[in-house]
Design a protein around this ligand. Structure first.
Ligand code: NAP
Length: 295
């Protein structure tokens, strides 16, 4: 039987409606408007497009949103001073620095300069550490989106075998840690695979829930998936251009073949992607509440 498609677009829409309601409530009850600044250095087209999407969503949800564009040759010192300005700004609750930064700037130094309370991407070591010990204030946006998709699709995670392919700091490692926590939408037995894994298929075939973040088009084929598994495809790979100049995208799994075998699967596009921005907005609302002592 063909798998149920988990639509990230639809789930993200539901969550955005909930956020809109909460923003309205925060304004009416507490006179608080969540504030998000996105800092863009240079004009990398992919970064411009990501930042534009984040700002558009923030505005649609009723946030106070600031787009701060800086030239590609800004010094590291000037960027750190700018971050400090937003760290002090009471109207800004979330600070996002769009990556990658130009080579002359130390990315970690910049990310670590953000006040952890305003670190809505959850990349600061304080927030990474809190995630590890099960006391996260903020979850990194892509893993947070994946977990919400599982919860809202009614996937049983308790005691499930979860296999994660990929160990990056932004997707693979944090989702593996989150799924292993003793918590709702988690409590799973987790395996992390990477390029050092011997016989990848042996692991992926055991998975009740297979989460793939490898950045390799169609790396996971149908023979590597258990009948009835839930498959979350994080990969976004540009594999060509349409005649209208639009990028043709594909995920890390062979969607057409695996959808005949899995019980649920996320598409690319329209799967994990739309969830990521939405979780950034949810983190910003949380930051606004924390800053104003609202439970
Ligand atoms: P990354 O930093 O390149 O990490 C890829 C990971 O996959 C690495 O740990 C690598 O192992 C592992 N890997 C690569 N090929 C493999 C293979 N054949 N077998 C087993 N493991 C393999 O990538 P990332 O930042 O996590 O992103 C992964 C994908 O998700 C990309 O396509 C990215 O565009 C996409 N993504 C999407 C969203 C979204 O919102 N939809 C957000 C973030 C990322 P090693 O560590 O051994 O090298």
């Amino acid at each position: 039987m063909a798998a149920k498609i988990i639509s990230g677009t639809e789930i993200a829409k539901q969550i955005r409606e909930e956020i809109k309601e909460e923003v309205k409530n925060l304004k009416e009850k507490y006179n608080v408007t969540p504030g998000l600044v996105t800092i863009l250095v240079g004009e990398n087209p992919a970064s411009v497009s990501y930042v534009t999407g984040k700002q558009k969503t923030a505005k649609e949800l009723g946030f106070y949103s600031v787009q701060d564009n800086q030239p590609a040759d800004i010094t590291e010192e000037a960027l750190l001073t700018l971050i400090d300005k937003y760290n002090q700004d009471p109207l800004i609750h979330g600070i996002l620095v769009q990556l990658p930064l130009p080579k002359h700037i130390n990315e970690n130094k910049v990310l670590y300069a953000i006040n952890p309370d305003k670190d809505v991407d959850a990349f600061h070591p304080v927030n990474v550490g809190k995630l590890m010990i099960g006391e996260a204030n903020y979850y990194p946006c892509t893993p947070f989106g994946i977990q919400q998709m599982l919860i809202r699709s009614g996937v049983q995670t308790d005691g499930a075998e979860v296999v994660v392919v990929g160990r990056s700091n932004i997707v693979g490692k944090p989702i593996a840690i989150m799924m292993a926590q003793k918590a709702k939408g988690a409590n799973a037995t987790v395996t992390i695979c990477h390029t050092g894994t011997k016989n990848l298929a042996e692991h992926t075939r055991r998975a009740d829930i297979l989460i793939v973040a490898a950045g390799r088009p169609k790396a996971i084929t149908a023979d590597m998936v258990k009948e009835g598994a839930v498959v979350i495809d994080v990969g976004v790979n540009r594999i060509g251009m349409t005649s209208e100049g639009k990028a043709i995208l594909c995920g890390d799994v062979d969607f057409d073949a695996i959808k005949e075998k899995a019980s649920m699967i996320t598409p690319v596009p329209g799967g994990v992607g739309p969830m990521t921005i939405t979780m950034l907005m949810l983190n910003t609302v949380k930051a606004a509440k924390v800053a104003n002592g609202i439970a």
